[in-house]
Design a protein around this ligand. Structure first.
Ligand SMILES: Nc1ncnc2c1ncn2[C@@H]1O[C@H](COP(=O)(O)OP(=O)(O)O)[C@@H](O)[C@H]1O
Ligand SMILES: [Mg+2]
Length: 257
């Protein structure tokens, strides 16, 4: 059996669509693949977006990172076929400090994931809006980085900082790490700025910007409060078809091998 491809969703900027992408891309990929979503953000938005209360959990990625439980015991079903979750809890906020003292602190997720990888085709990791130890754990465990980039002024400045971090991770902790691509999010067809930003990012990363662009869509922002991916909440919306397209693009281009 092949081992699952690990994709980290990262961008140190908050509110750019990391969690929205993790949850909705995960839901579409799970229609054909075995998907695990790992929530590494203390805000636990991916966990609650799937209808799971982060306050009612016995175990979370916190225990897995600190070595108090194997990841396999942390993983729960989401009530959806082929779509499992390693949920986050607020305790993760403390892990950022506690991990500093621990041996191999950047490798803890990679190690706890090893025995579980072959049970999935794709493993998506949602990360917090910083380049701290939690995001580093994601980048060290990952084969690929998917960076959601919001269509807004100065989008490229944030991307430059992210690229520096990737180079550093490659040079030191994880030479395997490859850039899967930039995903342009919250595209607003009524503004010139949106299309200018997409053009600019495409110019800098011609082979590394997804063809699929995620539009600004009210349905995408409403779905989490119902604890549902948009695929269940409003499958005919523009936001839903954009994430369906993204999943297709990944499969069609063989990007998850
Ligand atoms: N394409 C979109 N259209 C409209 N709202 C969106 C879109 N993507 C994300 N949002 C909303 O924007 C906010 C930030 O998105 P989120 O995915 O949580 O970002 P991040 O995880 O990068 O902080 C959330 O309220 C989310 O529902
Ligand atoms: Mg998030």
């Amino acid at each position: 059996m092949s081992r699952g491809t690990v994709v980290a969703l990262a961008n140190q900027k908050g509110g750019v669509g990391k969690t929205t992408t993790a949850v909705n891309l995960g839901a579409y990929l799970a229609l054909g693949l075995r998907v695990l979503l790992i929530d590494l953000d203390p805000q636990a938005n991916a966990t609650s977006s799937l209808g799971i209360d982060p306050n009612g959990l016995e175990l979370s990625t916190y225990e897995a990172l600190l070595g108090e439980a194997p990841l396999s015991e942390v993983i729960i079903g989401t009530g959806r076929a082929q779509f499992d979750l390693a949920p986050a809890s607020r305790a993760l906020a403390g892990a950022q400090i506690e991990l500093i003292e621990m041996p191999e602190r950047e490798h803890r997720l990679r190690k706890t994931l090893l025995p579980t990888r072959e049970q999935y085709d794709v493993i998506l990791i949602d990360t917090p809006p910083s380049l701290g130890i939690l995001t580093l754990n994601a980048l060290v465990a990952a084969d690929l980085l998917l960076a959601p980039v919001q269509c807004e002024y100065l989008a490229l400045e944030g991307v430059a900082q992210l690229m520096e971090t990737i180079e550093l991770v490659r040079a030191t902790l994880n030479p395997r790490l490859a850039l899967l691509g930039m995903l342009m999010t919250m595209y607003d067809p009524r503004t010139r700025l949106s299309s200018q930003v997409v053009e600019e990012v495409r110019r800098h990363f011609p082979d590394r910007t997804f063809e699929t662009v995620i539009p600004r869509s009210v349905r995408l922002s409403e779905a989490p409060s119902f604890g549902k991916p948009v695929l269940e909440y409003e499958p005919t919306s523009r936001g839903a078809s954009a994430y369906a397209d993204l999943a297709q693009e990944l499969l069609r281009r063989g990007l998850l091998r």
